[in-house]
Design a protein around this ligand. Structure first.
Ligand code: SF4
Ligand code: FES
Length: 225
């Protein structure tokens, strides 16, 4: 595969400065190894230093670079531009999160439903300092952005938090009552539409939909109190 020039159409929005939102277009020569994150860095360094996006590890460990590429949630750092087979890439922030600027969104709501004391938390990979991560979940938010139920019901716990509850239930059966109460609450698994988008898009194979299904069965088997 040889290099090509690709058009990047990037969502721009900064409350109070780029407002209303617009789309900026940058044409960039890319090589077969160039990732979406490489392209964003080239654009920021060479064309527009105000472009906002998140990144940290550059190797699919931190989850910060997630965005939508031509409408599909992906990690920018591991998505090679030319492998997408498109001459134009539309880059948008994840859906369902409050915008901060351009491709960066506010993830605070995502973390509030995952208890930092759950036993499944373990230190994240090298370069992530003292951060904790949940089993294989890199907390990228891709599953939430892809989930049609999360789009309709902002109060929904969402696939990552339900997967976290499912993980915790496997590791800590003694906490069954408390965990199933969370999963079975009005904000819990009942809002899931079984679209499976979470499992299809998750870059680290957490398979949130499988956890949700197990929680659903566990709830169905509970004795009414
Ligand atoms: S479950 Fe998968 S898609 Fe969802 S936040 Fe975790 S790593 Fe990302
Ligand atoms: S920069 Fe860490 S996952 Fe992409």
């Amino acid at each position: 595969m040889s290099g090509r020039t690709i058009e990047f159409r990037i969502f721009r929005f900064k409350p109070g400065s780029i407002d209303p939102p617009r789309r900026d277009v940058f044409r960039l020569p890319v090589e077969p190894q160039t990732t979406v994150l490489d392209a964003l860095e080239q654009i920021r360094l060479g064309r527009d230093r105000t472009l906002m996006y998140r990144h940290s590890c550059h190797h699919s460990a931190c989850g910060t670079c997630a965005c939508r590429v031509n409408g599909v949630e992906r990690l920018a750092c591991t998505t090679r531009v030319l492998e997408l087979g498109a001459d134009t890439l539309r880059l948008d922030p994840l859906s369902g999160f409050a915008p901060i600027g351009d491709l960066a969104v506010d993830m605070a709501g995502f973390f509030k439903d995952i208890d930092p004391h759950w036993s499944t938390l373990r230190p994240a990979g090298p370069g992530a300092g003292a951060l904790l991560q949940l089993e294989d979940c890199i907390e990228c938010g891709i599953c939430v952005s892809a989930c049609p139920a999360a789009g309709k019901h902002p109060q929904f716990l969402g696939p990552a938090a339900l997967a976290a509850i499912g993980n915790e239930l496997e590791k800590r059966p003694a906490a069954r009552r408390e965990l199933l109460a969370a999963a079975g609450a009005a904000r819990g698994e009942r809002l899931c539409e079984r679209a499976l988008a979470c499992s299809r898009r998750c870059p680290t194979r957490v398979y949130p939909a499988a956890h949700i299904e197990r929680l659903r069965r566990a709830l169905a088997n509970e004795e009414p109190s």
